[in-house]
Design a protein. Sequence first.
Length: 260
Amino acid sequence: MKIATFNVNGIGSRLPRVLEWLAESQPDIACLQEIKTSDETFPAQAFADAGYGAIWHGQKGFNGVAVLARGAAPSERCRGLPGDPSDTHSRYLEAQAGELIVASIYLPNGNPQPGPKFDYKLAWFERLIAHAQALAQRAQPVILAGDYNVVPTNDSADIYSAKSWLDDALLQPESRDAYQRLLAQGWTDAIHRLHGGEPMYTFWDYFRKRWERNAGMRIDHLLLNAAATARLVEAGVDRAVRGREKPSDHAPAWVVLNTP
């Protein structure tokens, strides 16, 4: 079973690229972030025509997450991250797809920092840690997939060079500490597990020819609980998608789990 995550940076303008990628990569489950569309304008029919059922949590012009499943729509478990009823951002959608539980996550960027946006990022992270604790302990496979807006380390496997990003919210010690505390619950960073020190970037900024120079970073992660980790056989990034016409600034990342 192949599970993928893809920050599409606006489904309205990127739909041809997303459909192209689905046809080529054929994930069984695809978690999308930054769909940037309302619930009413989500292109469900286009995905149905491509063979995917979908659930989504939209927000006009900003944020928004979705979960696609090949052959049948997943069933919704949780819409919105618990812990703050006043939070209206569409950043979390949890679904059941067969035996698998999967969450599509778009963690706040947090820039500029310090400031209220960074405070919101850290508070959101704490809510995710609280909610993820029970999911980590489940006997069935669980995957938390998405754009975490965290570069785990300054190593070349995670970022081309940290020098010009030291003040960015993605590299702050508080962001990284929250990510590590999430992992400490028993989650496995699948790409890191299988690819170690190999650069596996998932994001290249549109500016300063960063794609052309491979000046990327790894901020899209697939975290697996113990039950999912026991079935992990492959992980990777569909890097070529980033180099196509009118692309997202992210590339899809994915894992493959064996079936019992």
